[in-house]
Write a protein that binds this ligand. Sequence first.
Ligand code: DX5
Ligand code: ZN
Length: 213
Amino acid sequence: MLIAPSILSADFANLQKDIEDICSSGCDLVHVDVMDGHFVPNLTIGPVVVSSVAKVATKPLDIHLMVENNTFFVELFAPLKPKYLSFHIEEEKHPHRLAQKIRSYGISPAIVLNPHTPPQCLEYLLAEIDMVLLMSVNPGFGGQSFIDSAIPKIKELDIMRKRLNPNCLIEVDGGVNDKNAPLLREAGADVLVAGSYIFSQSDRKKAIESLRV
Ligand code: DX5
Ligand code: ZN
């Protein structure tokens, strides 16, 4: 199980310290939530701040776009060379083309599904991408409660990816904690994003390990 702490719950006045802390505490990816105030009712950080994040992070970046106009933001963040760059399918008319564009930069394309979006929409896309990010809360904020319907959805997606692209990872984002982590693993998740669960604890190493079930 890979663990990707979401820096949305970090202390933005001490971002360097928090990033160094999670990286030295054994996280696998640094999850960065980019929100534009349009696709979601919240506004976070742009490429200026994320390039500073990239300089201090010793683990690869996993950038989660929650924006309108995906292509504009992909072009903005591609020069920062994240490992994964994910966009919401609900906001994209040409997801196949955009996934190919992300890959042309040498970045792994990932597609995000909101809680209401069925995995079947990926039937003709799974072969093109390296990861699916399933939202287990409505995007926009940290600290929300896990939506239980994410579990059967992971199971459905797991069956689909075994058929269409066994190397494609399943990432889960929202309300993840040590109680639901074993269920997520069992359902087929490979990467867990956790914001408030990890950053609310002073011992980040212990928090990260408690999710690695
Ligand atoms: C929500 C973000 C998440 C958020 C998760 O829109 O995509 O990455 O930081 O926060 P928690 O783990 O607190 O639910
Ligand atoms: Zn996220």
